[in-house]
Design a protein around this ligand. Sequence first.
Ligand SMILES: Cc1cc2nc3c(=O)[nH]c(=O)nc-3n(C[C@H](O)[C@H](O)[C@H](O)COP(=O)(O)OP(=O)(O)OC[C@H]3O[C@@H](n4cnc5c(N)ncnc54)[C@H](O)[C@@H]3O)c2cc1C
Length: 262
Amino acid sequence: MNIIVCLKQVPDIRNGLQIEESKDHIREAGLNFKINEADDYALQEALLIKEKFGGEVIVISVGSDRAREVLVYALAKGADRAVHVRDEAIAGSDGFVVAKVLADVIRRLSYDLILTGVQSEDEAQSYVGVAVSTRLALPHASSVTKVEVVNAKKIGVEREMGGGQLEVMEIPLPALLTIQSGICELRYTTLLKIMQARKKEVKILRAQDLTLDRTELGNDGSRLKIVEIGFPESKRGEIIAGEPREAVIKLIQRLQTEAKVL
Ligand SMILES: Cc1cc2nc3c(=O)[nH]c(=O)nc-3n(C[C@H](O)[C@H](O)[C@H](O)COP(=O)(O)OP(=O)(O)OC[C@H]3O[C@@H](n4cnc5c(N)ncnc54)[C@H](O)[C@@H]3O)c2cc1C
């Protein structure tokens, strides 16, 4: 079973983030980047299916030079081939363009299954996977929490429906699934394997290698414009100073006189 996995590199914001003065981008300087969590699970699921049924796992990322790292990571974990679509002409692309580019690349490959993450951690549009399936006229299931290969022509999936409900489906192959984080247990790779994977080939595709016109890429091809991003207004709490007994008395007084809830 040949499986394609779409991987997005996202900022690791555990140490916080800042927004550029233009207010339409986060400041990248000083940030670390990593594989999108749901994509890591999609990759792991693909590798587990390959372990059982054979075939190859091909990973694709659309992004700047640094996105190569997620492909190296995937090769270290056991992916067979990696494709990096990178070109200045693609910078500034919205999800509509990213999906078009991914579909354009995937069309030339031989595959049974395409996996994407259910959503990205940074933009979280949950759009790209479904848009790729539409462009390729493939059946799809989203928020998938379990995959079972029935035979070479069919898979069974379980998907989350919200409110704790699950839907069980059978889907003919080829198909596209958007994978939910936690679908399987992640296996970790080693630094040595990552060093070795750096020597493996990552096929680079430029704008001229796509069947898309340059006007369909980047800002020109995008349908969306980011007007402004920002942090939600923080409603800071107040710490009432003093010894516990004294502080509790002050708190009760304020709940009576200011908040008028007591
Ligand atoms: C106007 C505009 C300009 C933008 N400019 C840039 C820019 O210059 N540089 C930039 O990095 N981003 C840019 N973005 C963000 C980029 O377009 C988003 O990555 C894209 O919209 C995908 O949406 P998402 O991240 O919400 O993905 P979702 O739809 O939530 O992602 C679902 C899944 O799709 C797959 N996927 C998503 N993106 C990629 C990818 N790039 N490669 C492979 N698989 C992918 C992953 O498997 C992911 O889990 C821009 C967005 C807008 C609206």
